[in-house]
Design a protein around this ligand. Structure first.
Ligand SMILES: [Zn+2]
Length: 467
């Protein structure tokens, strides 16, 4: 308006009317703005260090600066607060960008003096950031004589601050954003001159932690049929969206996505439990054991074939195994298959020389066995080979997939956890899962009875947390 020669009392040009009115209508919102008086957050302890950071920049339209206070407390928590900012429109008479940038730096130095005085800051670091190498060159060059405009300002800066406090702000090479005609922030970058469509060349920039960004990412993740992070990210960019740190956002989205979990998530893990007493105390072999049947096998007696089963015993303590043969899988056959109890060690009666010798030999071997068992086997058990960290416990109400090695993953049954019993160390290692279908008959009753399965958590895939 100044350039067009409008006077103070002239009516507003028609094309500026709506902008003026919009600005006016925003004014009442100022009443809602709250600025905390204290620069230190309430939960902060005593401040350990303070830094003032001043940023200055310029463009053909104007120049400005802003100053931040960065404080750190004794727990190394950090907090940055905006203290002050100044912006001015560029002077109407033609000037260069480096000159405007230098002027902005001078404003920063002046603001710094005001802030230090007002905040009673006597110690602490102070940094002036600029992305103009010309300005840095001016300030650091002691040898050259400058044009009056530059010389005056450089002198002012040198007198008031430590020259070393001026630093170059790292330029963002890949992402040099700009606002388009509709006020939308877009990625600049080196594709500016390519023939790609505008929205691909210059995708719209979205912040990382916003609901909209999450919705957009979820939309494209679904569009690529729940493929991984890279493909989702490419799809997003090919459609003209650029989410800052988008990879991280998409990873967290995929981690929580129920369909992806159903397709790919590994089964649950939990820190291994302490070994029960019967596995770490030395005891006669097979005092505590596990057993299982296997088979059948065809055996030959004479010219006849018989079906036979194996009964396997594993000693929980020494890990020794023992196999018996069973005629069939009946209870009677099982009881018959149990070996007669062995005499516990020390019950051999050394009656004669031969037996005594034999007894000593057995005693010697037994001692050897247990000493090696303690040294080698028990030490190995002590290291938890996997599942070393406690994980989130399975909880009642969690929706899970139950691993069934016999069938393909897409046919694993889904269920809801109804019991999640905690061990002594408060970790859940097995859960009872209710499996059923929603099919109801015409009387509104279930067609298929609910089944309850008890499974170790390593056989469950968590689809949806109850909370
Ligand atoms: Zn998914």
């Amino acid at each position: 308006m100044c350039r067009n020669g409008s006077g103070w009392d002239d009516p507003l040009p028609a094309e500026l009317g709506p902008r003026w009115e919009k600005w006016m209508s925003d004014l009442p919102k100022i009443a809602a703005i709250r600025i905390p008086r204290c620069l230190k957050p309430s939960q902060f302890s005593e401040v350990k260090s303070t830094q003032l950071h001043h940023f200055s920049d310029a463009s053909t339209l104007g120049y400005g600066q802003c100053s931040y206070l960065r404080i750190q407390d004794h727990q190394d928590r950090e907090c940055s607060t905006l203290l002050m900012g100044k912006s001015r429109v560029a002077p109407t008479k033609i000037t260069t960008i480096p000159h405007l940038e230098l002027t902005a730096a001078v404003v920063s130095v002046k603001i710094s003096q005001i802030l230090k005085e007002e905040l009673h800051l006597t110690k602490g670091e102070e940094i002036f950031w600029t992305d103009s190498q010309v300005v840095l060159g001016y300030i650091n060059n002691e040898a050259r004589r400058f044009h009056t405009f530059v010389a005056n300002r450089v002198q002012m800066i040198r007198e008031s601050t430590d020259v070393g406090a001026f630093k170059e702000r790292p330029p963002s090479k890949d992402l040099d954003p700009f606002t388009d005609d509709s006020g939308i922030l877009r990625v600049g970058g080196r594709l500016r001159n390519s023939s790609l469509p505008l929205f691909v060349k210059h995708p719209v920039i979205f912040p990382k932690d916003s609901h909209i960004s999450r919705l957009i990412a979820a939309h494209f993740h679904e569009k690529v049929h729940h493929q991984g992070r890279g493909i989702t990210l490419n799809e997003l960019r090919a459609n003209g969206f650029w989410i800052i740190c988008g990879g991280g956002l998409i990873s967290s989205l995929i981690r929580k996505c129920v369909i992806c979990r159903r397709n790919r998530r590994p089964t649950q893990e939990q820190k291994m439990a302490d070994l029960p007493e019967d596995r770490v105390e030395s005891s006669p072999p097979f005092s505590y054991c596990g057993m299982d049947c296997f088979g059948p096998f065809i055996t030959k007696q004479g010219r006849k074939n018989f079906k036979r089963y194996g009964l396997l015993f594993t000693c929980l303590c020494s890990r020794a195994v023992h196999v018996e043969l069973l005629d069939d899988l009946s209870t009677d056959a099982f009881i018959n298959g149990l070996p007669l109890p062995l005499p516990p060690p020390g019950k051999f009666v050394p009656q004669d020389m031969y037996l005594r010798k034999r007894w000593r030999r057995v005693q010697y071997l037994t001692e050897q066995f247990w000493s090696r068992w303690r040294k080698e086997h028990l030490q190995n058990l002590n290291r938890r080979q996997c599942w070393a960290k406690p994980r989130r416990n399975i909880e009642v109400g969690d929706i899970v997939l139950i691993l069934e090695p016999e069938v393909a993953r897409n046919r694993w049954p889904m269920g809801v956890v109804v019991v999640a019993a905690k061990d002594k160390d408060n970790l859940v290692r097995k859960a009872k899962v209710q499996v059923g279908t929603r099919k109801l008959n015409q009387q509104g009753k279930r067609e298929v009875k609910l089944t309850f399965l008890e499974r170790p958590v390593q056989k469950l895939v968590l689809l949806l947390e109850s909370t």
